[in-house]
Design a protein around this ligand. Structure first.
Ligand SMILES: *Cc1c(COP(=O)(O)O)cnc(C)c1O
Length: 385
């Protein structure tokens, strides 16, 4: 049985006519950069998320960079985040010369642990409470980047309270969670600025790179707009600050508009696929399928069970691999142990929950068009491994 990890071809068969029509319209009007598709998509997606503003940009990574620039992040600033995420979450912090400060995750949700977050902030402010800090002196605590890993929002009531208590900004890295929900609010509406990605494999993906920032703040959206195009001012040839080339292409926005038409339905389909997995994988000795706390909705960017240990995972991956079924690991090396962050001075053992999760987790095929028969086939292989 041929089971793709993400079946973008099946999806394309559904949206092809509308995608081609929308992209043809771009060829007709010729505004390849900042065409009418950009503000139209921004309005549609801001309405969907329930935010006042949205800003299309070139990638999820650029969305994070633009958010950090807008919040005036600079050398000497400490930005708290999780080590159990994609590299870009902390890379963008370091690119601006600031210092990522890692906080371990909750073992069930794989998202940042609010209690440890609060303690780490206290430690940065001088408390001697045993929290591990980077080997960088004289840091100013500036903000938090929470990550909605695998499509599940983090615990925003708790995180927001901590941000407010310490006077910190909160960026929501929603690169994986566009379409998710937290206590009746949509993912992408939970940070001071939220960043998402339209990388093809994300829940809402385009046919190339793309991203978006969301905010309710009128001042932030002006700054985001300026940073997106080289720090432009009201007179576009008088640049008032430094920025980047962070625009979303009109063609990608046109494709996204077509794909967004079926997106709400795809969220429900993903939910069904996840429910079927939960049923089929329950009761397999040593296997822990993902679980979603009450009041949360995951958009299932990835479906990631935990094996009992690294050996068990190896057996499962080998058995799936034999049948040509991909089971990639997100993420095999937590950020505090990655070579690029060696300078921060972290070591193995600093974030045990992240390290333990990284040693046992694996992803299995997840997309809206997965069939029950295919899921049964996958579950049988895992059970027999
Ligand atoms: C994908 C991803 C990003 C980066 O998005 P790109 O569009 O690939 O630049 C950032 N953070 C997380 C958590 C991601 O999954």
């Amino acid at each position: 049985m041929n089971i793709p990890f993400i079946d973008l071809k099946k999806q394309y068969a559904r949206v092809e006519k509308q995608v081609r029509k929308n992209i043809d319209a771009v060829f007709e009007h010729g505004a390849y950069i900042m065409g009418p598709e950009i503000p139209a998509l921004e309005k549609e997606l801001a309405d969907f998320c329930g935010t006042k503003h949205a800003l299309g940009c070139a990638s999820g990574t650029d969305a994070l960079t633009l958010a950090l620039m807008t919040l005036d992040v600079k050398p000497g600033d400490a930005i708290l985040t999780t080590p159990f995420t994609f590299f870009a979450t902390a890379e963008t912090v370091a690119l601006l010369g600031a210092t990522p400060v890692f906080v371990d995750i909750d073992p069930v949700t794989f998202n940042i642990d609010p209690e440890k977050l609060d303690k780490t902030i206290e430690a940065l402010k001088g408390a001697d409470n045993g929290c591990v800090l980077p080997k960088v002196d004289g840091l100013t605590v500036k903000g938090i980047i929470s990550v909605d890993i695998f499509g599940l929002p983090a615990d925003y009531d708790a995180i927001r309270a901590i941000a407010d208590k310490h006077g910190l900004f909160l960026i929501e890295d929603a690169a994986q969670s566009f379409g998710g929900e937290y206590k009746g609010k949509k993912a992408c509406s939970l940070g001071d600025i939220t960043c998402t990605s339209f990388f093809p494999a994300k829940p809402l993906g385009c046919y190339g790179d793309g991203g978006m920032c969301f905010t309710d703040n009128d001042n932030y959206i002006e700054l985001l707009r300026s940073h997106r195009i080289h720090g432009m001012g009201p007179d576009r040839y008088d640049n008032v600050r430094l920025g980047i080339t962070g625009r979303l292409d009109s063609i990608q926005a046109a494709a996204l508009q077509a794909k967004f038409e079926i997106f709400p339905e795809e969220i429900d389909l993903r939910d069904n696929v996840a429910a079927t997995y939960a049923e089929l994988l329950s009761g397999i000795p040593g296997l822990t399928p993902p679980s979603i706390p009450e009041g949360y909705r995951s958009v299932w960017a990835q479906y990631c069970p935990l094996a009992s240990d690294a050996k068990h995972r190896e057996r499962i991956q080998a058995a799936l691999g034999e049948k040509k079924i991909a089971s990639p690991i997100y993420y095999p090396i937590p950020l505090h142990l990655q070579t690029a962050f060696k300078g921060l001075g972290y070591k193995t053992g600093d974030f045990p929950v992240s390290e333990d999760s990284a040693s046992r987790i694996f992803a299995i095929p997840m997309h809206p068009y997965l069939e029950r028969e295919q899921q049964e086939y996958i579950a049988d292989i895992i059970r027999n491994a």
